[in-house]
Design a protein around this ligand. Structure first.
Ligand SMILES: Cc1cc2nc3c(=O)[nH]c(=O)nc-3n(C[C@H](O)[C@H](O)[C@H](O)COP(=O)(O)O)c2cc1C
Length: 169
C-alpha cells in the first residue's frame, strides 16, 4: 500500500496475474465511487458500469477479447459502458477518465488492475455487448480486469523531457 496519492500514479501498473481471493464488495464500491468522481464534459456523466464477479462470465470475457487472457485469473471485471445520447461528443473522454480513476483507486486499495481496450474495436465490442445484454444504443469503452496481484511491478514515471514543449512547440 502506498500512502502518498502522487505515488499511486507512479505505482499503478498493468497487472495480469492474480491470486484467487475475491475483491471485497466494499472495495468494489470504492472503485465505482472513484469512477463516478471523474470529470465529465458538462458534468454529463454518460457512464454505466457492469460489475462481473462470476467465474464463468470472467472466463467468457477472456475468450471473447483477444488480449484479455488474464480474465481467467482475475476475480473482478468492471465493464465501462457509455450512453452517447447523454454525451455525443465526449463520452470517450469521460469514460476514459472514469476508467483511469478505477485503476488508481484499485492501486490505492492494494489491488492489481489492467485496462482492456474495447472501443473502437467492433469485433470486441459487439460480442461483449451481446454476451452482457448491453442495449444496442450503448457503447463499451473499456474493461478493467482486477484482483489481488500475484505479481509486483516497479513504480515508474516514464518521464521524457523530449515530450515537453515550453510556451509553444
Ligand atoms: C486504451 C488502452 C487499451 C489497452 N488494452 C489492453 C489490452 O487489451 N490488454 C492488455 O493486456 N493491456 C491493455 N492495455 C494496457 C497497456 O498495455 C499498458 O498500460 C502499457 O503497456 C503500459 O504499462 P503499464 O500500464 O504497466 O504502465 C491497454 C491500455 C490502454 C490505455
Amino acid at each position: 500500500m502506498v500512502d502518498d496519492p502522487l505515488e499511486w500514479i507512479f505505482a499503478r501498473r498493468s497487472i495480469r496475474k492474480f491470486h484467487s481471493n475475491p475483491v471485497e464488495d466494499e472495495k468494489i464500491d470504492l472503485m465505482l465511487q472513484a469512477a463516478m468522481a471523474a470529470p465529465s464534459a458538462n458534468n454529463a456523466k454518460p457512464w454505466h458500469f457492469i460489475v462481473v464477479k462470476e467465474r464463468q462470465t470472467l472466463n467468457r470475457l477472456a475468450e471473447i477479447h483477444p488480449y484479455a487472457k488474464m480474465c481467467y485469473e482475475a476475480t473482478l471485471a468492471i465493464v465501462v459502458c457509455a450512453d452517447p445520447a447523454i454525451s455525443k461528443h465526449y463520452w470517450q473522454q469521460d469514460c476514459s477518465a472514469a476508467t483511469q480513476n478505477i485503476l488508481l483507486a484499485g492501486t490505492s486499495l492494494g489491488l492489481g488492475t489492467v485496462w482492456l481496450g474495447v472501443h473502437p474495436r467492433m469485433e470486441r465490442k459487439e460480442p461483449i455487448k451481446k454476451f452482457l445484454r448491453v442495449p444496442d444504443e450503448l457503447e463499451i469503452l473499456s474493461i478493467v480486469a482486477a484482483g489481488y496481484p500475484a505479481k509486483k511491478k516497479q513504480s515508474r514515471t516514464q518521464f521524457d523531457p523530449g515530450r515537453v514543449h515550453n510556451e509553444g512547440w
